[in-house]
Design a protein around this ligand. Sequence first.
Ligand code: 5GP
Length: 183
Amino acid sequence: MADSKSGYELGEVVIAEDAIEKRVAELGSEITTDYRDSAPLLVGVLKGAMIFMSDLIRELDFPLEIDMMAISSYGSSTSTSGVVRILKDLDTDLTGRHVLIVEDIVDSGLTLSYLTRNLLSRNPASLEVCALIVKDGKSRHIDMIKYIGFHIPPSFVVGYGLDIGERFRNLRQIYNYSGVTEH
Ligand code: 5GP
């Protein structure tokens, strides 16, 4: 089964499937209240936010558009390099648009800081951030995040879109990753 603990690398469940489902629905209703009249553009950050974004937009009850952007952050290691590169840019012109960035997880905040500066330079009418997870402790730039799904301790996690070396994105829950690999 795709979401079973299929190996010794996975630690305990950090966020269970039902908790994710409930929180995504809550975020959806908050965002619906705030954006129902502004036809926003939701910008998903590939690849990690893909699963969260697809669940979140189905909880939004108003006209919206989506676009995706891919940026480099971690390779297959578990610490941030601070170097951010756009691998795939948006197809949409942001001028005058109400933009909501949808992020998977904020650790140091470097990726988000780069991304918000970059998107603000494109003259949107407004720019806000929705992050599924914020790691306590290290995270800076938290004030930029309007909608936060969960706060977790600063350990490396996988599942629900989050990977290590491209593995585990398909898990339905979020697990601690022990750091032991078979490679
Ligand atoms: P930051 O720039 O905030 O340090 O890192 C943000 C990016 O690093 C996230 O978008 C994500 O791609 C990756 N990242 C940070 N922490 C984790 C984690 O615990 N697990 C996984 N799989 N990726 C993480």
